[in-house]
Design a protein around this ligand. Structure first.
Ligand code: ZN
Length: 305
């Protein structure tokens, strides 16, 4: 679902992002234990941002220090807790297109064992750590994907973990924006001259992949700004963008409507907080072809009515 990175050195270990469900987290812990000296070696967890697919597994690390940015706590107010997401899915009605979309994307996961576990240690700007003898730099780059994004830099090995600043393979979704903030965050990654980039989603990347992604974001941003300047409202601008980009090789094109809404919120200086589900609901309404006609049985958990 999303990438997690284990950094281990001299008997100590730090995990960048936690998995989406309890069973995925247990599998990750079991895999980690094969290379760690003791089961309790993961003493610190870093959340690159507060989306559930990067932080719901926090509750399975009760003894670890959980580190993120101060601003990450702002996004947590907008994100459904695992219990809320489970209740939402349990009450989905398959005759409703948006509910079928939710079940198709989230119904295969079981969130019932998890509870919201917030960061125990937050910072602003930059935090330098050591895991054994390995230097680790946490660099705040938000607001961009969410209010409080950070990237993780391992200067000795030239690795950068970007969280959801970067998606490889799908159209990205960005909840906070503006898109110029995402581009600035990407530039900060490039400035570190990384050898290997770990995106939030998708395979490992190189700087050339990040530059291609920045070209895509720049083109989308310019298109949205031109539609806004022509006086189109957010719905019509989303339709125009979806029409223009219908042949993109990237998956999940409905997210273009979320990007349009995010950028419009900034262009219109809209002071209202982001409504994540509402944004997704409008995106799905604009792209009915992304809704499956039926939901496979495996997307309905056994305990679900
Ligand atoms: Zn993600």
């Amino acid at each position: 679902m999303a990438n997690c990175v284990l950094i281990a050195s001299d008997g100590d270990a730090l995990l960048v992002d936690t998995p989406y469900t309890a069973s995925l987290t247990r599998s990750l812990i079991a895999a980690a234990q094969r290379v760690l000296p003791t089961p309790a070696s993961i003493s610190r967890v870093v959340n690159t941002h507060a989306n559930g697919d990067h932080a719901y597994g926090n509750s399975l690390f009760p003894h670890a220090d959980i580190i993120s940015t101060d601003a990450n706590l702002d996004h947590l107010c907008l994100e459904p807790a695992p219990e809320q997401l489970q209740t939402l899915l349990d009450n989905c009605q398959e005759e409703k297109p948006f509910d079928r979309y939710l079940l198709a994307h989230f119904g295969r996961y079981d969130y019932s064992e998890l509870s919201l576990t917030q960061p125990s240690h937050t910072f602003t700007g930059r935090l330098e750590l050591h895991v054994g003898d390995t230097a680790v730099e946490l660099i705040e780059v938000g607001p961009a994907h969410t209010a409080g994004d950070l990237i993780v830099h391992l200067p000795d090995s030239g690795v950068v973990c970007t969280g959801d600043i970067l998606f490889i393979g799908d159209v990205p979704v960005h909840w906070a924006g503006p898109l110029s903030g995402v581009l600035d965050a990407c530039q900060k990654v490039l400035d570190l001259k990384p050898a290997v980039i770990v995106p939030g989603h998708g395979p490992l990347a190189r700087p050339a992949d990040l530059r291609d992604y920045m070209d895509f974001i720049t083109a989308v941003r310019e298109h949205i700004h031109s539609l806004h300047a022509q006086g189109l409202d957010v719905q019509d601008a989303s339709r125009a963008l979806l029409h223009e980009h219908r042949h993109t090789r990237l998956g999940l094109r409905e997210r273009l409507a979320v990007l349009t809404s995010t950028e419009y919120r900034h262009l219109n200086a809209d002071p209202h907080p982001v409504q994540l589900l509402q944004l997704l609901d409008s995106a799905v309404r604009l792209t009915p072809d992304c809704v499956p006609t039926s939901v496979p049985a495996r997307h309905r958990a056994p305990h679900r009515p």
